[in-house]
Design a protein around this ligand. Structure first.
Ligand SMILES: C[S@@+](CC[C@H](N)C(=O)[O-])C[C@H]1O[C@@H](n2cnc3c(N)ncnc32)[C@H](O)[C@@H]1O
Length: 249
């Protein structure tokens, strides 16, 4: 596995995969238990957070929505039920197994006719310029190797003044809360993840959070990619945030 050595907030040297095919392979391994573990590890809050994300999608009759790093498709399915004014839904991801589950769920939920799931990278979207009213990415940007390239791609595929919604984990600002979340991420989550799924993947989560942008750094990266932040919603004392940004022109 190609690894990058980074130093986390505790001065520990940590490594994380930098190779997209290795990241896809890791998500392929966790795919079968992904939904179950999401619900368990978030105490079923993941559903509520996705509902809030989808409520922030701008009102656009006959609009088109792209969900990047869609995983098993839950953001798309929430959007299809909550945002019926939209006409087109596309979900993309690099993991074949995650996408296979998304496809299966679309048939089970009788939504398959209205959604397209396609395998592609956030860094190189094989989609036309200016083709979406809204792009969403939930717990995905942290995993993307070249985040700036991905943000530029989101800007390219959005229509002018289109909306980008990013939901992600961050290190909370309060040092007490940061320690509590760090303890949970490092000591509880990998044990539960390891019991039901791939322990290495659930050890990667805290590493990916400590190596991710701070909220200020993300705002800067968004600006460089041609976005202006409109609104932010925080949960869990700032450990989880939704950032809504508008493509400038
Ligand atoms: C933690 S899951 C999030 C899935 C879903 N959005 C959710 O909210 O449950 C992260 C997803 O990002 C995908 N991913 C990682 N790097 C990617 C990239 N460069 N382009 C597209 N998807 C990527 C993974 O395959 C995985 O399905």
């Amino acid at each position: 596995m190609a690894n990058e050595i980074v130093i986390d907030s505790h001065n520990n040297h940590i490594s994380r995969p930098t190779d997209e095919s290795q990241i896809a392979a890791m998500f392929d391994r966790v795919a079968p238990r992904y939904d179950f573990l999401n619900a368990l590890l978030s105490l079923k809050q993941d559903r509520r957070w996705r509902g809030i994300l989808v409520a922030l999608i701008p009102f656009k009759p006959a609009g088109s929505l792209l969900d990047v790093a869609t995983g098993t498709g839950d953001v798309v399915f929430a959007a299809m039920t909550q945002r019926k004014e939209y006409a087109g839904f596309t979900g993309v991801d690099i993991s074949e197994k995650m996408l296979a589950l998304a496809g299966l769920k679309s048939h089970e939920q009788k939504l398959a006719d209205m959604v397209q799931f396609r395998q592609m990278s956030a860094e190189k979207l094989e989609l036309p310029d200016g083709s979406f009213d809204c792009v969403t990415i939930s717990f995905g940007l942290r995993n993307v190797v070249d985040k700036e390239a991905a943000l530029k791609e989101f800007s390219r595929v959005l229509k002018p003044k289109g909306t980008l919604l990013i939901m992600e984990f961050f290190t909370p600002r309060s040092s007490v809360m940061a320690k509590i979340f760090d303890f949970y991420f490092r000591n509880i989550l990998p044990v539960i993840g390891g019991l039901f799924s791939d322990r290495e993947a659930y050890t990667y989560l805290p590493r990916s959070v400590s190596g991710f942008y701070s909220p200020d750094q993300l705002r800067g990266a968004l600006y460089r990619a041609g976005f202006l932040v409109n609104q932010e919603v925080s949960f869990l004392f700032g450990a989880c945030k939704i950032i809504q940004a508008r493509r400038l022109a």
